[in-house]
Design a protein. Structure first.
Length: 310
Protein backbone atom coordinates (compact mmCIF):
# COMPACT_ATOMS: atom_id res chain seq x y z
CA UNK A 1 0.00 0.00 0.00
CA UNK A 2 1.29 3.44 -0.94
CA UNK A 3 1.93 5.73 2.00
CA UNK A 4 0.32 9.17 1.89
CA UNK A 5 2.42 11.92 3.43
CA UNK A 6 0.49 14.71 5.11
CA UNK A 7 1.68 17.88 6.81
CA UNK A 8 -0.84 19.55 9.13
CA UNK A 9 -0.10 23.22 9.73
CA UNK A 10 -1.86 24.31 12.91
CA UNK A 11 -1.87 20.83 14.42
CA UNK A 12 -2.16 22.26 17.93
CA UNK A 13 -5.60 23.75 17.33
CA UNK A 14 -9.08 22.31 17.57
CA UNK A 15 -9.41 21.19 13.95
CA UNK A 16 -5.72 20.54 13.27
CA UNK A 17 -5.26 18.19 16.21
CA UNK A 18 -8.39 16.20 15.30
CA UNK A 19 -7.36 15.95 11.63
CA UNK A 20 -3.87 14.78 12.65
CA UNK A 21 -5.36 12.00 14.81
CA UNK A 22 -7.80 10.88 12.13
CA UNK A 23 -5.20 10.79 9.35
CA UNK A 24 -2.79 8.80 11.52
CA UNK A 25 -5.61 6.36 12.22
CA UNK A 26 -6.01 5.96 8.45
CA UNK A 27 -2.32 5.23 7.96
CA UNK A 28 -1.01 8.60 6.78
CA UNK A 29 2.55 9.58 7.62
CA UNK A 30 1.59 12.80 9.42
CA UNK A 31 4.05 15.63 9.99
CA UNK A 32 3.26 18.38 12.47
CA UNK A 33 5.35 21.40 13.28
CA UNK A 34 5.77 24.21 15.75
CA UNK A 35 5.53 27.63 14.13
CA UNK A 36 6.40 30.82 16.09
CA UNK A 37 3.17 32.54 15.10
CA UNK A 38 3.78 35.57 17.33
CA UNK A 39 6.81 36.61 15.26
CA UNK A 40 5.83 37.12 11.63
CA UNK A 41 9.29 36.91 10.09
CA UNK A 42 10.21 33.86 12.17
CA UNK A 43 6.92 32.22 11.19
CA UNK A 44 7.67 32.80 7.50
CA UNK A 45 11.14 31.28 7.85
CA UNK A 46 9.76 28.30 9.76
CA UNK A 47 7.08 27.59 7.16
CA UNK A 48 9.60 27.74 4.31
CA UNK A 49 12.05 25.45 6.10
CA UNK A 50 9.42 22.96 7.19
CA UNK A 51 7.89 22.85 3.72
CA UNK A 52 11.27 21.98 2.22
CA UNK A 53 11.81 19.35 4.89
CA UNK A 54 8.37 17.84 4.25
CA UNK A 55 9.00 17.29 0.55
CA UNK A 56 12.45 15.81 1.22
CA UNK A 57 10.87 12.94 3.16
CA UNK A 58 9.41 11.13 0.15
CA UNK A 59 9.96 10.60 -3.57
CA UNK A 60 8.38 12.60 -6.36
CA UNK A 61 5.14 11.02 -7.46
CA UNK A 62 4.14 9.78 -4.02
CA UNK A 63 0.81 11.18 -2.78
CA UNK A 64 0.91 14.07 -0.34
CA UNK A 65 -1.37 16.53 1.39
CA UNK A 66 -0.86 19.80 3.22
CA UNK A 67 -3.67 20.87 5.53
CA UNK A 68 -3.76 24.51 6.61
CA UNK A 69 -5.75 24.53 9.87
CA UNK A 70 -3.92 27.49 11.40
CA UNK A 71 -5.11 30.98 12.20
CA UNK A 72 -5.91 32.80 15.43
CA UNK A 73 -8.15 35.43 13.87
CA UNK A 74 -11.74 35.87 15.10
CA UNK A 75 -14.35 38.61 14.88
CA UNK A 76 -12.66 41.60 16.45
CA UNK A 77 -9.14 40.74 15.28
CA UNK A 78 -7.41 43.69 13.61
CA UNK A 79 -7.14 43.96 9.85
CA UNK A 80 -3.33 44.03 10.17
CA UNK A 81 -3.38 40.68 11.95
CA UNK A 82 -5.59 39.17 9.26
CA UNK A 83 -3.24 40.53 6.57
CA UNK A 84 -0.30 38.91 8.36
CA UNK A 85 -2.10 35.54 8.51
CA UNK A 86 -2.90 35.63 4.81
CA UNK A 87 0.67 36.61 4.03
CA UNK A 88 1.76 33.36 5.68
CA UNK A 89 -0.63 31.43 3.44
CA UNK A 90 1.04 33.09 0.43
CA UNK A 91 4.43 32.06 1.83
CA UNK A 92 3.21 28.48 2.08
CA UNK A 93 1.86 28.33 -1.47
CA UNK A 94 5.07 29.85 -2.83
CA UNK A 95 7.08 27.29 -0.88
CA UNK A 96 5.03 24.41 -2.26
CA UNK A 97 5.67 25.55 -5.81
CA UNK A 98 4.42 23.56 -8.79
CA UNK A 99 4.28 20.05 -7.40
CA UNK A 100 2.76 16.98 -9.00
CA UNK A 101 -0.95 16.36 -9.30
CA UNK A 102 -0.55 13.67 -6.64
CA UNK A 103 -0.84 16.39 -4.00
CA UNK A 104 -3.62 18.36 -2.34
CA UNK A 105 -3.62 21.61 -0.39
CA UNK A 106 -6.56 21.83 2.02
CA UNK A 107 -7.39 25.28 3.40
CA UNK A 108 -9.72 25.61 6.38
CA UNK A 109 -12.06 28.59 6.01
CA UNK A 110 -15.24 29.73 7.79
CA UNK A 111 -18.81 29.38 6.59
CA UNK A 112 -19.98 31.70 9.36
CA UNK A 113 -17.60 34.44 8.33
CA UNK A 114 -18.27 34.07 4.62
CA UNK A 115 -22.08 33.90 4.75
CA UNK A 116 -22.69 36.15 7.80
CA UNK A 117 -24.67 38.72 5.83
CA UNK A 118 -26.15 36.42 3.20
CA UNK A 119 -29.90 35.91 2.80
CA UNK A 120 -31.74 32.89 1.50
CA UNK A 121 -30.52 30.24 3.95
CA UNK A 122 -29.70 27.42 3.85
CA UNK A 123 -26.46 28.57 2.28
CA UNK A 124 -24.60 26.32 -0.14
CA UNK A 125 -21.41 26.54 -2.17
CA UNK A 126 -23.08 28.59 -4.92
CA UNK A 127 -24.59 31.10 -2.47
CA UNK A 128 -22.99 34.54 -2.91
CA UNK A 129 -20.60 35.26 -0.02
CA UNK A 130 -21.63 38.28 2.05
CA UNK A 131 -19.17 38.84 4.90
CA UNK A 132 -20.09 41.42 7.53
CA UNK A 133 -16.63 42.17 8.88
CA UNK A 134 -12.90 41.85 8.43
CA UNK A 135 -12.97 38.22 9.59
CA UNK A 136 -15.18 37.06 6.74
CA UNK A 137 -13.39 39.24 4.20
CA UNK A 138 -10.04 37.82 5.33
CA UNK A 139 -11.35 34.28 4.89
CA UNK A 140 -12.43 35.08 1.35
CA UNK A 141 -9.00 36.54 0.65
CA UNK A 142 -7.33 33.38 1.96
CA UNK A 143 -9.56 31.34 -0.36
CA UNK A 144 -8.55 33.55 -3.29
CA UNK A 145 -4.87 32.94 -2.50
CA UNK A 146 -5.44 29.19 -2.47
CA UNK A 147 -7.61 29.26 -5.60
CA UNK A 148 -5.05 31.23 -7.59
CA UNK A 149 -2.39 28.78 -6.49
CA UNK A 150 -4.51 25.84 -7.66
CA UNK A 151 -5.23 27.49 -11.00
CA UNK A 152 -1.51 28.09 -11.61
CA UNK A 153 -0.26 24.63 -10.63
CA UNK A 154 -1.11 20.94 -10.82
CA UNK A 155 -1.87 20.83 -7.10
CA UNK A 156 -5.43 20.05 -6.05
CA UNK A 157 -6.85 22.76 -3.81
CA UNK A 158 -9.81 22.27 -1.48
CA UNK A 159 -11.23 25.22 0.46
CA UNK A 160 -13.28 23.93 3.38
CA UNK A 161 -15.88 26.33 4.72
CA UNK A 162 -16.61 25.03 8.20
CA UNK A 163 -19.71 25.39 10.30
CA UNK A 164 -19.34 26.11 14.04
CA UNK A 165 -16.82 23.55 15.24
CA UNK A 166 -16.90 22.38 18.84
CA UNK A 167 -15.44 19.62 20.95
CA UNK A 168 -12.38 18.73 23.03
CA UNK A 169 -9.42 21.00 22.41
CA UNK A 170 -11.16 24.35 22.00
CA UNK A 171 -8.94 27.27 22.97
CA UNK A 172 -10.81 28.84 25.88
CA UNK A 173 -8.65 31.96 25.63
CA UNK A 174 -10.32 32.88 22.34
CA UNK A 175 -13.68 34.68 22.35
CA UNK A 176 -15.38 31.95 20.35
CA UNK A 177 -16.73 28.47 20.95
CA UNK A 178 -20.03 28.93 22.78
CA UNK A 179 -20.36 25.30 23.86
CA UNK A 180 -16.86 25.14 25.35
CA UNK A 181 -17.42 28.41 27.20
CA UNK A 182 -20.74 27.14 28.53
CA UNK A 183 -18.95 24.04 29.81
CA UNK A 184 -16.28 26.21 31.40
CA UNK A 185 -18.91 28.44 32.96
CA UNK A 186 -20.66 25.43 34.47
CA UNK A 187 -17.43 24.00 35.89
CA UNK A 188 -16.16 27.32 37.24
CA UNK A 189 -19.55 28.63 38.36
CA UNK A 190 -19.04 31.76 36.25
CA UNK A 191 -21.56 33.43 33.92
CA UNK A 192 -21.22 33.29 30.14
CA UNK A 193 -22.25 36.33 28.11
CA UNK A 194 -24.44 35.80 25.06
CA UNK A 195 -24.93 38.75 22.72
CA UNK A 196 -27.07 37.26 19.94
CA UNK A 197 -30.83 36.53 20.05
CA UNK A 198 -31.98 33.14 21.35
CA UNK A 199 -33.49 32.24 17.96
CA UNK A 200 -30.16 32.70 16.15
CA UNK A 201 -29.55 29.61 14.01
CA UNK A 202 -26.18 27.89 13.83
CA UNK A 203 -24.90 24.59 12.45
CA UNK A 204 -22.70 22.88 15.07
CA UNK A 205 -20.26 20.23 13.87
CA UNK A 206 -18.40 18.02 16.33
CA UNK A 207 -14.69 18.24 15.63
CA UNK A 208 -14.05 14.51 15.19
CA UNK A 209 -16.86 14.37 12.62
CA UNK A 210 -15.24 17.32 10.85
CA UNK A 211 -11.86 15.54 10.86
CA UNK A 212 -13.37 12.43 9.30
CA UNK A 213 -14.95 14.57 6.58
CA UNK A 214 -11.62 16.29 5.88
CA UNK A 215 -9.92 12.88 5.61
CA UNK A 216 -12.64 11.74 3.20
CA UNK A 217 -12.14 14.87 1.08
CA UNK A 218 -8.39 14.22 0.89
CA UNK A 219 -9.04 10.61 -0.10
CA UNK A 220 -11.42 11.77 -2.82
CA UNK A 221 -8.78 14.01 -4.41
CA UNK A 222 -6.01 11.40 -4.19
CA UNK A 223 -4.53 10.47 -7.57
CA UNK A 224 -6.97 12.55 -9.60
CA UNK A 225 -6.94 16.13 -10.80
CA UNK A 226 -9.63 18.41 -9.41
CA UNK A 227 -10.21 22.11 -10.08
CA UNK A 228 -9.98 24.36 -7.00
CA UNK A 229 -13.04 23.33 -5.02
CA UNK A 230 -15.08 25.00 -2.27
CA UNK A 231 -16.79 22.53 0.05
CA UNK A 232 -19.01 23.30 3.05
CA UNK A 233 -18.31 21.10 6.07
CA UNK A 234 -21.42 21.05 8.26
CA UNK A 235 -23.83 18.71 9.98
CA UNK A 236 -26.69 20.01 7.83
CA UNK A 237 -28.82 20.46 10.97
CA UNK A 238 -29.06 23.93 12.47
CA UNK A 239 -30.11 24.63 16.04
CA UNK A 240 -31.03 27.81 17.88
CA UNK A 241 -28.98 29.23 20.72
CA UNK A 242 -31.95 28.45 22.92
CA UNK A 243 -31.77 24.78 21.90
CA UNK A 244 -28.08 24.70 22.77
CA UNK A 245 -28.84 26.03 26.23
CA UNK A 246 -31.54 23.39 26.59
CA UNK A 247 -29.14 20.61 25.58
CA UNK A 248 -26.56 21.96 28.04
CA UNK A 249 -29.18 21.93 30.79
CA UNK A 250 -29.83 18.24 30.07
CA UNK A 251 -26.10 17.41 30.26
CA UNK A 252 -25.26 19.70 33.19
CA UNK A 253 -28.48 18.85 35.05
CA UNK A 254 -28.85 22.49 35.83
CA UNK A 255 -29.58 25.64 33.92
CA UNK A 256 -26.48 27.15 32.23
CA UNK A 257 -25.35 30.36 33.86
CA UNK A 258 -25.74 32.89 31.05
CA UNK A 259 -26.08 36.65 30.85
CA UNK A 260 -27.67 38.40 27.90
CA UNK A 261 -25.30 41.19 26.99
CA UNK A 262 -24.63 43.77 24.31
CA UNK A 263 -21.48 43.78 22.22
CA UNK A 264 -20.32 45.60 19.08
CA UNK A 265 -19.28 42.18 17.76
CA UNK A 266 -22.96 41.27 17.42
CA UNK A 267 -23.01 43.35 14.22
CA UNK A 268 -20.82 40.72 12.55
CA UNK A 269 -23.10 37.80 13.44
CA UNK A 270 -25.65 36.46 10.96
CA UNK A 271 -29.08 35.54 12.30
CA UNK A 272 -29.68 32.47 10.11
CA UNK A 273 -26.63 30.39 9.20
CA UNK A 274 -28.26 27.19 8.09
CA UNK A 275 -25.92 25.32 5.74
CA UNK A 276 -26.42 22.69 3.05
CA UNK A 277 -23.52 21.38 1.01
CA UNK A 278 -24.13 20.40 -2.61
CA UNK A 279 -20.49 19.56 -3.43
CA UNK A 280 -19.20 15.99 -3.00
CA UNK A 281 -22.42 14.88 -1.25
CA UNK A 282 -20.95 11.44 -0.54
CA UNK A 283 -18.83 13.04 2.18
CA UNK A 284 -21.98 14.26 3.94
CA UNK A 285 -23.72 10.87 4.01
CA UNK A 286 -22.78 9.99 7.57
CA UNK A 287 -24.11 9.86 11.10
CA UNK A 288 -22.99 12.88 13.11
CA UNK A 289 -22.42 13.08 16.84
CA UNK A 290 -25.62 14.22 18.55
CA UNK A 291 -25.53 17.60 20.26
CA UNK A 292 -26.00 16.22 23.83
CA UNK A 293 -23.29 13.60 23.25
CA UNK A 294 -20.95 16.24 21.84
CA UNK A 295 -21.62 18.57 24.76
CA UNK A 296 -20.94 15.74 27.24
CA UNK A 297 -17.63 14.95 25.53
CA UNK A 298 -16.67 18.62 25.50
CA UNK A 299 -17.59 18.93 29.18
CA UNK A 300 -15.32 16.06 30.19
CA UNK A 301 -12.41 17.41 28.14
CA UNK A 302 -12.90 20.88 29.64
CA UNK A 303 -13.04 19.36 33.10
CA UNK A 304 -9.69 17.65 32.56
CA UNK A 305 -8.14 20.78 31.03
CA UNK A 306 -9.19 22.89 34.02
CA UNK A 307 -8.29 20.23 36.57
CA UNK A 308 -11.79 20.27 38.05
CA UNK A 309 -12.89 17.16 39.93
CA UNK A 310 -16.35 15.72 39.59
Amino acid sequence: MTTTYTWVVGSGGLLGSAVSRELRRRGHAVQTSAVPWSNHESAKDALQQQCSSFFEDFDDGEPWNIVWAAGAGVNGTTLAEFDAENDLIRVLTQSIGNRSREGTLFLASSAGGVYAGASGAPHHEDSPPVPLGDYGRAKLESEDIARQFGDATDVNVVMGRFANLYGPGQNLAKPQGLISHLCRGYLMASPVSIYVPMDTLRDYLFVSDAAEMVADALALTKSRREPPTVKIFASGHAVTIGSILGACRTVFRRRPNVVLAASPLAAFQGRDLRLRSTVWPEIDRRTHRTLPAGIASTLEATRRALGVSR
